[in-house]
Design a binder for this molecule. Structure first.
Ligand code: F6R
Length: 365
């Protein structure tokens, strides 16, 4: 089943152009229409005034990324919460708030219980984004859209995450249409972005030799810091989770602007700092944050775009993903952090597909 690959994680990373294009087909074939989410989705979408997304782990980071799209494209207030936290607090229910659950397996107990709790508290609209057909979460939800990642075997989620992002982007554009915020010009822009995404991901996959050459700089380190800003901050979080999960290196992610509020104290030559620095409107801010790291002797590993004006210098290593691709940039910038973790795990000799202490589907609390 592995074919030419050494691990399922590697295979699944490489399946992303196809997984993403299969999932994008939902919106490229039928258009960004409400019916992609269920028969009565149009009525539901017209009835809601806000969104709350509940999820765990990597799926929670997909939710955190989607918040930016939902608020900027569909102009709908969106809240994101860890399912295991939500289910145990007193919540203020809003029947006009759409509850979205995101789950690769569709069987994660905390996410399921969070949905039931929301429903019991009076939320009447729910949507599940799931990779496994007819699993518990879609069955309990009013609306559903399935990601088309195919079976994901590696415990560390890769193609499930990027396909969740595609489905969430599709939702943001669809809601933007329903709510009148996406005109025909924007629709063309979003459609084209989805069309070229598989190629943009392929470009990022081709960076593997460069990324693998960084692995020895991480393998002997006790910890690493990941920085990002804006919509790329959740990608930094996902990068840190992948690294700790499969290499057992302690990793944390911070929004780069928070550095001087504490984590800068950690920075020295033993703490590699990975920066997600696409050529977007926040780049100058990110560069200023990188200066703060360099000034403390920290070594920077920067993922940027081809068209940004970075160059390697003492203590600064740069790898370039394609030209800045705009709205779908967080999906493309996920690939390098997946590959980095994978190669650090190879360098350390850890069990990539079955990291210690972890299960693929978490059906217990
Ligand atoms: C990390 C990972 C986990 C899952 C989490 C939720 O690589 O795979 O963090 O994302 O356990 O699982 P699902 O999406 O099945 O609800």
């Amino acid at each position: 089943e592995l074919g030419a690959y050494s691990h399922f994680m590697q295979k699944e990373i490489y399946e992303q152009p196809k997984a993403v294009s299969d999932t994008a087909e939902i919106f490229l074939d039928a258009g960004f229409i409400a019916e992609n989410f269920g028969e009565n989705a149009e009525a539901v979408f017209n009835d809601i005034d806000s969104i709350k997304i509940l999820a765990c782990g990597t799926s929670y980071y997909a939710a955190s990324t989607a918040k930016y799209w939902l608020e900027s494209i569909a102009k709908i207030a969106t809240d994101v919460e860890i399912a295991s936290e939500y289910r145990y607090r007193e919540v203020i229910a809003n029947p006009k708030q759409l509850i979205i659950t995101i789950s690769q397996s569709g069987e994660t107990l905390d996410t399921m219980e969070a949905l039931k709790y929301a429903q019991a508290m009076g939320h009447k609209h729910s949507l599940s984004i799931c990779n496994v057909m007819e699993s518990a979460l879609p069955r309990a939800s009013e609306l559903v859209v399935y990601t088309r990642a195919g079976a994901e075997i590696g415990v560390a989620s890769t193609k499930a995450f990027t396909t969740q992002l595609v489905a969430l982007f599709g939702l943001a554009v669809t809601l933007g249409r329903v709510r009148g915020y996406v005109d025909d010009t924007k629709l063309v822009e979003y459609t084209n972005a989805l069309r070229s995404l598989p190629n943009d991901i392929q470009y990022a996959l081709n960076l593997e030799p460069q990324i693998s050459s960084w692995s020895s700089k991480f393998a002997d380190k006790p910890s690493a810091l990941f920085l990002g800003r804006g919509i790329h901050y959740p990608i930094a979080l996902e990068g840190a989770l992948k690294l700790k999960e499969i290499t057992y290196i302690h990793a944390e992610a911070y929004p780069a602007g928070e550095l001087k509020h504490g984590p800068l104290a950690l920075v020295d030559e033993n703490m590699p700092v990975v920066v997600i620095a696409p050529n977007d409107s926040l780049l100058d801010k990110v560069k200023a944050n990188m200066q703060e790291v360099s000034a403390r002797g920290g070594e920077l590993f920067v993922f940027t775009d081809l068209d940004s004006d970075f160059s390697d210098s003492e203590g600064v290593h740069v790898i370039r993903t394609p030209r800045h691709i705009g709205v779908l940039s967080p999906i493309v910038h996920t690939i390098p952090v997946q590959l980095l973790s994978y190669h650090v795990a190879l360098a350390k000799g850890t069990d990539v597909d079955k990291p210690r202490n972890l299960a693929k589907s978490v059906t217990v609390e």
